[in-house]
Design a protein around this ligand. Structure first.
Ligand SMILES: Cc1cc2nc3c(=O)[nH]c(=O)nc-3n(C[C@H](O)[C@H](O)[C@H](O)COP(=O)(O)O)c2cc1C
Length: 359
């Protein structure tokens, strides 16, 4: 069920990236400076490639906001690809501009090149790279930052951190791990954690498989390029029930817990504790020391295509994960509290208070 919906469009080296968000009630303050600050966070991080130096992403809000507040109408966002000026002919929409400059045919193992080119019947693998590139996560962060501002207005906030990069599980070792990979032309993945606090009890539902919040969050995070595993709360593997489950106590009339192994979701619903989501990112598939592969035009074995690429993007990935989860949570807030304006949502939230004081 989707109340907060969005679609994005745009190629990595095209004119820019676009999104249209539908379903935002009126009256929410949206500040483009906050979106730009989050776009900057996505571009930073040790181990990023050269592109981050030429692009400083800036959002343009095309509709849906007047004098700083949402109108209830669709919000359209645009991020210009500053590199487009170097790619104008190569990415032209006009058939008379046809060129094979920047075309490539040596599949990159781990990327979308092989399956995408078979599926869409494309000989030039650039036609797959341009959309499968994680460049599209820039506009997803912009959309997610609109969602974050809605959540912030309702007292919900988020943070994230890096748990592991390559084999390094301590912050002090992260840069060294990335330097070593970079020197040998290799790449790294890692593990991140995102935490949302201030969530009401009862977002999501136990009544249908497709309304369970853990499933919805997992899908949103798994859809981020290179994410291969999502955990809610602590890994329960090997733990006993008494070790894992979060026992309940009373503090006056308030139900409280001393632990949060469940990561804030029980039965597919928020339980009033912090939502804790962990995700594992695989190593970046484009390597400077290329992997063995096949060339689709010659059908000979060869070395994979290389172009400017990150050594490690785990830090950026955490920002993207915050954004993706924020969209899921806004949708659930709108499903639970309804309303076409901020005032209506606040009223519904107040009226909807449960008989149990749980936060
Ligand atoms: C923030 C971010 C940056 C990324 N940067 C690169 C990159 O520079 N080069 C690359 O080959 N893959 C990069 N990736 C990963 C690929 O986009 C991803 O592996 C590819 O689209 C295939 O999808 P899959 O790994 O989900 O199967 C990045 C991913 C994220 C989230």
């Amino acid at each position: 069920m989707e109340k907060f919906r969005f679609l994005t469009a745009g190629e990595s080296h095209g004119k820019g990236l676009t999104a249209i968000i539908e379903g935002i009630p009126s009256g929410f303050e949206i500040n483009p400076d906050f979106i730009n600050a989050e776009l900057k966070r996505r571009q930073q991080g040790y181990g990023r490639g050269g592109r981050m130096k030429i692009e400083t992403d800036t959002v343009e809000i095309l509709s849906g906001i007047r004098f700083g507040k949402t109108l209830g109408s669709p919000v359209a966002l645009f991020i210009k690809n500053k590199d487009f000026e170097n790619w104008e002919k190569i990415m032209s929409i006009n058939p008379q501009d046809y060129t094979e400059e920047k075309s490539f045919s040596a599949y990159r193992p781990g990327h979308a090149d092989f399956a995408g080119s078979v599926k869409y019947n494309q000989k030039d693998l650039r036609n797959i790279l341009e959309r499968s590139s994680a460049r599209q996560t820039a506009i997803e962060v912009a959309v997610g930052t609109v969602a974050k501002q809605i959540l912030n207005t309702l007292g919900i906030s988020c943070s994230s951190k890096i748990l592991q990069i390559g084999k390094a599980a301590n912050e002090a070792d992260f840069h060294k791990e990335i330097d070593t990979a970079k020197e040998s032309g290799d790449t790294l993945g890692g593990k991140i954690e995102v935490i949302f606090s201030g969530l009401p009890v009862g977002l999501g539902s136990h009544v249908h498989w497709d309304r369970k919040l853990d499933g919805l969050v997992a899908q949103a995070v798994m859809s981020i390029p290179a994410i291969k595993a999502v955990e809610i709360g602590d890994n329960p593997l090997g733990l006993t029930g008494s070790e894992y489950h979060d026992e309940m106590y009373l503090e006056g009339e308030k139900v409280v817990r001393k632990t949060n192994h469940a990561g804030g979701i029980e039965g597919g619903m928020t339980n009033g504790e912090n939502l804790v989501v962990k995700a594992i990112m695989k190593p970046i598939p484009t390597l400077r020391k290329p992997l063995n592969t096949v060339d689709s035009s010659t059908m000979q074995e060869t070395q994979a295509h290389f172009e400017r690429s990150d050594t490690c993007a785990v830090e950026a990935c955490a920002v993207v994960a915050e954004a993706r989860i924020a969209c899921v949570l806004v949708n659930e807030i709108l499903l639970k509290f309804g309303g076409d304006s901020l005032e209506e949502i606040l009223k519904n939230k107040e009226h909807g208070k449960s008989h149990i004081d749980c936060f």
